[in-house]
Design a protein around this ligand. Structure first.
Ligand code: NI
Length: 158
């Protein structure tokens, strides 16, 4: 009797897993990989805090898809541009505002934080064609007084 109960419980578990996979439309696939390469991969994902290989592989695939998305100039993409600048250098606050107004169609929102007496951190949420966003990011990053500039390429589809 106990054995039947145990079999039924296990069947129910399998049924639930299948149901869940179907709901999320998850597919399983096998990967052939060199032992050394897998060891390195496991070490890296462990350091990053991934609990499963599947989650790490999914993220890598998404990253790759986003990279491809940005290569197609017809796509509408999204992302963020983060800059750190010294607001005392030249006329940087006005110049930054000027650039941002020229690209107002690409800027969804801006957050400005005064991180200390001199330095400001600004995060721009951006969207539009990849070339427009890259041009805007390059303009901001190359400005005199901008100490760090980083474009994070993201997606509106993923
Ligand atoms: Ni500031």
């Amino acid at each position: 009797m106990v054995k039947i109960f145990s079999i039924l419980t296990n069947l129910l578990k399998v049924y639930n897993i299948l149901l869940l996979q179907n709901m999320r439309k998850i597919k399983r696939f096998g990967v052939s990989i060199e032992t050394d390469l897998l060891k390195k991969f496991d070490k890296t994902i462990h350091k990053k805090g991934y609990s499963t290989r599947s989650e790490a592989i999914r993220d890598l695939i998404r990253e790759n898809l986003i990279e491809e998305e940005w290569k197609d100039k017809e796509n509408e993409v999204a992302g963020t541009i983060t800059i750190i600048f010294d607001h005392n250098v030249g006329d940087i606050p006005n110049k930054l505002l000027d650039i941002q107004h020229k690209h107002h169609r690409n800027i969804v929102s801006t957050t400005h934080v005064h991180i200390d007496e001199e330095n400001c951190l600004e995060v721009l949420v951006v969207e539009g064609k990849p070339s427009e966003i890259i041009k805007l990011a390059d303009k901001l990053k190359s400005m005199k007084g901008v100490k760090q500039g980083k474009l994070v390429m993201s997606s509106k589809k993923i």
